[in-house]
Design a binder for this molecule. Structure first.
Ligand SMILES: [Mn+2]
Length: 343
């Protein structure tokens, strides 16, 4: 499967990391539609991490947003609405649990899926990993990391098959003694498996066709391929490195994910916290935060740029960064959207 979308014309409207926040999502969507109808924007791009609110369940609209994006894509076309995979979507494809400190992100969404499960998981499995533009701006969820910045790994990721990895895990699972595996991998007695499978993956007992998905997730997480896949979606970029070294990693990354005619010079990402909505990293990366990762959140930004305009350094994109929030507009639209579906 082709995991890259190449854009050769039009204006791209880019937002990142909404993490289940309904009102910011609606602001982005409606603003894009306004611009689209005026002929000022052509492609809406989400840079992943739509899922998983950090707050209480009643404020987490992850499923409602994802469903709305799926509808919007069906209405406008997959060339108009692009959602990239992020590290908060990826675990759900594999039944892997994601947590940070005390926060367990994945169970809430697994339980919310219900009758939507097969459509949503199929949608997540089909998501692209990156966008390249003719002007040289590449978009992806996280940043550059040495482990995925080789031609071999790039070739593997750009045509990635989730099904192949799942099939490999199923093959290994069938070879194992399940009780031993439960004890060794999950560190529980087999009698406790039912409740754990329910808790993490909403699996309803031994008759559920997904009964062993929790175990399979553990197997996937221990495959060497998983680590490289995860590195692409979750990495810390320049943190812990000298900026000179990170710049080299970044340039290598951009080089190996380029093709002739689609030479990429600048990387646009979300994923990490940013003061006032955006930051330039190592001259070649623009880190954008539309809501969750912006400090303060109301300083969140989107990017609106002509994909044909040649871009050489991240600062070339600065004139195209716009604030998402005008507080008066926020108050007005908050009262307009009181009937949102709850996730
Ligand atoms: Mn992320």
């Amino acid at each position: 499967m082709d995991r890259v979308v190449d854009l050769v014309q039009g204006n791209a409207f880019v937002v990142t990391d909404l993490h289940g926040a309904w009102q910011p999502y609606v602001n982005c969507r409606d603003h894009f539609i306004d611009l689209y109808q005026q002929g000022l924007a052509d492609t809406l791009i989400f840079l992943g991490d739509i899922l998983h609110g950090y707050g209480p369940p009643e404020e987490d609209y992850s499923l409602a947003i994802l469903w709305d994006i799926m509808q919007l894509q069906a209405d406008l076309g997959s060339n108009r609405v692009i959602m990239l995979l992020g590290n908060h979507e990826l675990p759900h494809i594999y039944g892997i649990t994601l947590s940070k400190g005390d926060i367990e992100f994945t169970p809430r969404f697994e339980h919310a899926l219900g009758e939507y499960r097969s459509y949503v998981i199929e949608f997540l499995m089909g998501l692209p990993f990156c966008v390249r533009t003719i002007g040289g701006t590449m978009l992806t969820h996280a940043g550059a990391v040495a482990s995925v910045a080789t031609p071999e790994v790039a070739g593997w990721l750009l045509t990635f098959s989730h099904q192949k990895l799942l099939d490999e895990a199923d093959r290994l699972l069938n070879r194992e003694d399940v009780s031993d595996l439960i004890r060794a991998s999950l560190n529980i007695e087999p009698s406790e498996y039912d409740s754990q499978a329910y808790r993490y993956l909403a699996v309803n007992g031994p008759d559920d066709p997904r009964y062993y998905d929790l175990l399979r997730g553990f197997i996937v997480g221990n495959l060497s391929e998983w680590q490289k896949l995860w590195d692409f979606f979750f990495n810390q970029c320049e943190m812990g490195l000298s900026i000179t070294f990170y710049r080299k990693v970044l340039e290598r990354f951009l080089e190996v994910y380029s093709t002739p005619g689609m030479q990429q010079h600048v990387l646009v990402t979300g994923h990490m916290a940013v003061q006032d909505g955006y930051a330039i990293v190592a001259e070649k990366q623009l880190r954008l935060a539309s809501w969750s990762h912006s400090t303060p959140k109301e300083a969140g930004c989107y990017l609106l740029f002509d994909v044909e305009q040649p871009i050489e350094t991240a600062s070339d994109l600065i004139p195209h960064i716009q604030p998402l929030w005008l507080l008066s507009q926020f108050r007005e639209s908050s009262s307009r959207w009181t009937d949102h579906p709850n996730a």
